[in-house]
Ligand binder design. Structure first.
Ligand code: UVW
Length: 340
């Protein structure tokens, strides 16, 4: 199999399986039938907001390159377009209006990783030279263009987050409760550990599902009240072992469309050392985003939903979680909602 962007695809990838120019990857498995099945999960009409306030974690201890939202206000008349009396436009108007603008780091808080977030150096054209490539062979500097590339038209012109926004991110969420088993202990969870919890909690994970992992990390961030302690966070709560090949194979075979976790990167970062001269620093990201086109949700907030599911002996729910339809972005804040 090959197409105009690649003649060889990475081992274990699904490039081309959803069409030569596919830009939504595993989300293709979320069919109308599976959405209907997800809607049938709803029995009580209760909703849970699965987002942190977007100004959390607070500061940038968690990741130095991502900053808190900053607000701006446009000038209007002699002041600003905020608490602005519309009588200044027409004396008879009684309105007071406010607008705001915000500088939002798309991956600061509760977020989706888009397929343009992590690629790999990989020889797509078989010439012996590795190129910067992303899911389905879209290229860094050509399709995903940054300020250090030759082109001046910046952004993800393919695999941008707007593709996920229009894919209809609504389906069946299945929550695996890692916090119930490990508490706040930092544990590397591989295939055996995850399968054990899925079995014990009778969480049936099916094709088209969103796998949701509750680790307690976002609860800890909330408790820190916008003053996150980086050292404590680095040693707290379970993370997936992205270097466990059996876990990665299970993700491929499971048919899940996304993994959503309440921790920083779903997987341990940094990961355990790999083998050979060059290997992914974020192996689960490489497997999911780059090879499978499977989006990752991070820093979601599952605390209240997890407690309700525990009390009611359930693991599944209707999940509605579109990203912003922000053309050309490689990630996006989200305000996911669970309905039970
Ligand atoms: C990194 O980029 C380290 O991970 P994330 O997917 O959490 O943004």
């Amino acid at each position: 199999m090959s197409n105009q962007r690649w003649t060889q695809r990475p081992e274990g990838s699904n490039w081309g399986d959803f069409g030569p120019d596919d830009q939504i990857g595993r989300m293709n498995l979320l069919t109308p039938e599976r959405r209907l099945k997800a809607i049938r999960e709803v029995e009580h009409g209760l909703t849970f907001c699965l987002s942190l306030p977007l100004d959390y974690p607070g500061g940038n201890e968690l990741f130095a390159l991502r900053k808190e939202p900053r607000f701006f206000y446009e000038k209007r008349g002699t002041g600003h377009n905020y608490n602005f009396r519309l009588s200044q436009v027409c004396g008879c108007f009684s309105d007071v209006v406010s607008d705001d603008a915000v500088m939002l780091y798309t991956q600061y808080s509760t977020q989706w990783d888009g397929l343009g977030h992590v690629g790999q150096m990989f020889d797509v054209d078989g010439d012996g030279v590795a190129e910067k490539v992303y899911y389905n062979g879209f290229q860094g500097g050509v399709h995903v263009v940054g300020p250090d590339d030759a082109q001046s038209d910046l952004g993800a012109h393919a695999i941008g987050i707007e593709n996920l926004a229009t894919a209809g991110v609504q389906g069946r969420g299945v929550l695996v409760d890692l916090e119930k088993v490990h508490g706040r202990e930092r544990v590397l969870v591989g295939y055996d550990g995850l399968m054990g919890m899925i079995d014990d909690q009778k969480a049936s994970v099916e094709t088209g599902d969103f796998l949701c992992l509750y680790t307690g990390f976002a609860d800890l961030i909330l408790e820190m009240g916008k003053k996150p302690d980086g050292e404590v966070l680095a040693k707290s709560c379970p993370v997936l072992d992205g270097r466990d090949s059996r876990l990665l194979n299970w993700i491929t075979d499971s048919g899940i469309v996304a993994i959503c976790a309440d921790n920083f990167a779903v997987e341990a970062y940094p990961a355990r050392p790999g083998e050979g001269d060059a290997y992914p620093g974020l192996p689960l990201h490489a497997h999911c985003l780059f090879k499978l086109g499977l989006n990752l949700g991070e820093l979601w907030y599952f605390g209240e939903l997890a407690r309700w599911l525990r009390q009611n002996g359930k693991t599944s729910f209707l999940l509605t979680a579109p990203p912003l339809r922000l053309t050309g972005a490689v990630g996006s804040p989200a305000t996911p909602i669970a309905t039970v």
